[in-house]
Write a protein of this length. Structure first.
Length: 189
């Protein structure tokens, strides 16, 4: 009987860590791998330069061909390469809702978080990124999907360092390992 209790306890302790998927553009790589330090049972799927608005058919097909039932959590990291104008906010919101609906069709129990694009070095692109962030939040809020804004820890204005440590790479877009650690601390709260 005692061996059976130990077996059940071990089984429960191993299953306590959920399987997680990070899915998105190039920012996904560094954020997903930072998350892996806390949960080794994490998959990271990303495409460099990926635009949700331009490549959504590929993403929908990827979701349809994937086994999402093996995941408990999904972190979406799209939007950094989508520089939409204010007139495109509604269409982008609808597209993001359709994407989430497709995911939930394959796994209705998956916990989804959309990590919003951070502020970048280019002011003109930041204006367009703000529209993208607005569109994502507008789509996610009514359907109960959590969004996380890296600017909470990075600051609303572009900055290269936090606590005197680099959070951004020289290109003004990508995130350092330290910056990714800050985002992971935020999403794990």
């Amino acid at each position: 009987m005692f061996k059976w209790i130990i077996f059940v306890f071990c089984l429960l302790s191993f299953s306590a860590e959920s399987k997680t998927l990070f899915f998105g553009d190039s920012l996904t790589y560094v954020i997903g791998n930072a998350y892996k330090k806390h949960n080794n049972d994490t998959d990271v799927v990303y495409n460099v330069g990926f635009s949700f608005i331009s490549n959504h058919e590929y993403m929908f097909n990827y979701i349809d061909s994937s086994n999402l039932n093996k995941y408990d959590k999904l972190f979406i990291v799209f939007g950094t390469n989508d520089f939409i104008h204010s007139g495109d906010v509604d269409n982008y919101s609808v597209l993001s809702i359709l994407f989430i609906s497709r995911i939930l069709h394959h796994n209705k129990n998956i916990e989804i978080t959309w990590i919003l694009p951070p502020t970048v070095k280019n002011d003109r692109k930041n204006e367009l990124i703000q529209h993208t962030k607005t569109a994502i939040k507008k789509g996610m809020k009514p359907i109960g999907i959590r969004t996380i804004d890296p600017d909470i820890v990075f600051g609303g204005d572009y900055r290269e360092k936090v606590d005197n440590k680099a959070i951004r790479t020289a290109d003004g877009v990508h995130i350092t390992n330290y910056g990714a650690d800050l985002i992971v601390d935020l999403i794990r709260d």
